[in-house]
Design a protein around this ligand. Structure first.
Ligand SMILES: *Cc1c(COP(=O)(O)O)cnc(C)c1O
Length: 222
């Protein structure tokens, strides 16, 4: 099977579950992105500021660019003019900086709060209790130029499907709890970004609304 048919299968699976597909094009050339663009794909994800800037400049302007990786505060200013959504907001100070840079660009930037759900300490994100403390503080309510659209999480890199499922379920439960407590009348708070090439089917079964797929579409990265 070629990568194009993988793309179509994943897209179909996402649609069946009412989720959107973020095609993760990191390390891949603009030609590969254009090929998918011609298939109708408009939503692409990158995890490096340098790379997203270069690609955004070269590619059609109706592409919706999502920043999916860890983002340093001092680099927010470069992507603020065009980025559609930032998935990995893992610190209060980062959200504050996104708000500031979005304001400078007269924009509202969609953000997802990253939650640490994996049993690995290498991944970024708030713990459940840190996130609840932060939301309790209410300081985020003053931000006029960001929209908190939901949560993002990465499961442990393991073959244990029960563990992956339980991690995704914990993100889903936290989402529901936060929705009820802080975002009840806020339509925007609706996204669960979870699932990558190896675990996206479990993520879709666990209530993902945004799957982030790289290698299963574009082939392995170097
Ligand atoms: C690279 C990356 C992905 C995609 O990973 P694949 O396993 O290639 O699908 C998803 N999410 C994040 C945050 C990534 O950095």
């Amino acid at each position: 099977m070629n990568s194009n048919s993988h793309y179509k299968i994943i897209l179909k699976n996402a649609r069946k579950a009412n989720a959107r597909l973020v095609a993760v094009s990191k390390t891949k050339p603009v030609e590969a992105i254009l090929k998918l663009y011609e298939e109708g794909q408009r939503l692409f994800g990158e995890n490096r500021v340098q790379e997203i800037l270069k690609k955004q400049d070269l590619l059609p302007k109706d592409i919706e660019w999502h920043m999916i990786g860890h983002l340093q505060r001092n680099k927010v200013k470069y992507i603020a003019p065009f980025v559609a959504m930032i998935h990995g907001v893992d610190q209060a100070k980062l959200l504050q900086e996104i708000n500031k840079q979005a304001a400078r660009n007269n924009r509202v930037i969609d953000c997802l709060l990253q939650v640490h759900i994996a049993k690995e300490d290498t991944k970024f994100g708030f713990s459940d209790s840190e996130l609840i403390d932060y939301l309790d503080s209410g300081s985020w309510k003053a931000f006029q130029n960001i929209r908190i659209c939901g949560l993002m999480g990465m499961a442990t890199n393991t073959d244990n499907e029960d563990q992956i499922r339980s991690e995704f379920n914990s993100l889903y439960k936290l989402f529901q709890c936060l929705k009820q407590k802080y975002f009840k009348s806020d339509q925007a708070f609706s996204e669960r970004s979870m699932g990558m090439s190896g675990d996206y089917k479990i993520a879709l079964e666990s209530g993902s609304t945004l799957i982030r797929i790289g290698s299963a579409i574009f082939g392995a990265r170097n």
